[in-house]
Design a protein around this ligand. Sequence first.
Ligand code: ADP
Ligand code: MG
Length: 703
Amino acid sequence: MPYDKPRDIFGMYVFDRRAMRERLPRDIYDTLIASIEVGQKLDASIADMVAAAMKEWALSKGATHYTHWFHPRTDLTAEKHMAFLSADENGLPMESFKGKELVQSEPDASSFPSGGIRSTFEARGYSAWDPTSPAFVVTSRKGGTLCIPSVFISYDGTPLDLKTPLMKSLDAVESRALRLLKLFGNRGLRWAKVTVGAEQEYFLVDGERARKRPDLQFCGRTIIGCQPPKGQQMEDHYFGAIPPRVLAYMEDVERDLYRLGVVITTRHNEAAPCQFEFAPQFSEANLACDQNQLVMETMRKMARRHDLMLLLHEKPFAGLNGSGKHINFSIQDSDGKNVLKPSTNHRKNIQFLTFLSALLLGLSRYSPLLRASIASPGNMHRLGGHEAPPPIMSVYLGNTLATIMERIEQGLPESFPGKSLIDLGLNRLPEIRADNTDRNRTAPIAFTGNKFEFRAPGASQSIAGPLTMILSIWAWGLDQMCSRIEARLGGGDVVDAALEAIRYAAQESRNIRFEGNAYSQEWHDEARRRGLSIANTTPEALALYLVPEHRQLLSDLHVMTDRETSAYYEIRLEQYIKTVEIEMGILHSMVWEGILPALTKQIVLEGQSLSAIEGKINIDTQPWMGFTERLCTLKSGLLTSIEHLDNLRKTIQDKPIEKQAQVLTEEGLPLYEAIRGMCDAAESITAASVWPYPTYRDLLYIS
Ligand code: ADP
Ligand code: MG
């Protein structure tokens, strides 16, 4: 069968530099590229030319519509399609797309979450083109849509999206990174940019079976279901051979993503049955954020075509691993050098340690903001569970670096070991170079050789939220390091001044550095002793946004004003409440529509079989009676608890959101757990022929 070579189709639906070069006059192209590279505002006079070129290009790809494509605070993307086609004064068709339509559009903002920033009577919102992320065409069955990556702001300029704060945090960290690079005498640098690669974990289940479960359809996770006899205990899925049906799906996803200019470098089976992962090649942060949304969207669409259901929920199945999104990040300068890459040059290594220390220093003070940034309804079920980082933010550096930091802290000369070689003791194989970091998969934040990896974000989250917080924290740390170095520098050597600052950061960051097993109870106890914040629930974690010094940091860096931070908190808390309420509503209907009738059927069957044999066969019927009694007990238990849950949902309706969240978390969730326990007990003793829903065993198998 003929197939498209990745190289031939790569970027064919992206209005990238190659497409721009072909269609724009040289001077216009140069102006556009310059404004993209240094993040300058685009000159309005060239917008018409760019729009015309973009329209011609999009039409040649089959597009019939265009849309500003933006990231409201739902963790999804939004689009409102506009036709290129209009009729002129003679009623004749024409295709038009002006500079002003490219640069700005005015979608009704009233139905997006804003946390009270914008009331419906001032519904106007603006979306504005962000030229740092290229436009692209998404094809559909009968055409396509030109998507213009945009930011989304309210009438008075207040951001309503996830992108604007991200871009502000990028400005904050990148300007400070450049300041530090210059302190180290790097000349002629034009910029420093954050690089990001987001690994995406996900589950795939058979579409037909999954659609028989309202919980999977409406909540994206199973809210009931007892453990299958074979889950992941054999550890035979991780990196196993990819099932052919899934591989066919992956290939189709990859092909569509190549066309959109997204490089997927890695695909593999993850630890749980039916769990998989894609990892892209890293790119500039803003683009990585858009690309991760494209990855999720393409995966969703393709799943439908393959009659699969994609689950991006953080914990689709109790008792199995959940899905995360590992955000790998670093900073690269305009010479292409990665600031987190250790070097053989002493001075460069001190520079590397300064960047590293800046993040540690920031985290020692503001790590609760990271905890807040990954608080979501789904992630609450994942964090602290099977092979997922705990809700305590700590950093793992690896043996080598941890030792170096300790030596510097004690005022001893720092010494960098050369890369050690692992002798495999096998003559036939080459020696393998050992990374200077060993793996510790238990830490929420880990240094992994030449980048940091933040492992705690949830699989369904936009990376924009967590990234905004990491970068703000790093920006603060860089500021501190720069100021310390500048204050000490005088006419002396930057290395000595930097070492002094690193020593300070090493001391300050003791609290958040932990090299041991972060999954263990000892670490929880130790973290409590160290006074680290431990927010177990989503409402507790979200409340960390409201801590005055956290708000202050965000407003000092111009990432979010105080009012925006409150609004952001409110949106997240409302999202939590609504999600829990929907889950409880679905639980209610599954119990009434499916589980109680199944129990009734089983009870009737038992009664019928008992009366059929009674007095005819000489057998002890006590166990049979006992069994029927268990079924009846479960049925009454369910009836009572579901009523409690319904009442609870009614009582909170007019309460303030904090109170709603508190009642749902402290009373609602334990009640839900109890109901689930009864449902799962019922499932385990009911005939398959009367059980209404596909079970874990049915779902967790894919050919
Ligand atoms: P891991 O270290 O998790 O086993 P990889 O080496 O495959 O995995 O890297 C994971 C992700 O990190 C990939 O998406 C990769 O592109 C990204 N990555 C690698 N280097 C950098 C960097 N300098 N900045 C940001 N992301 C990076
Ligand atoms: Mg990784």
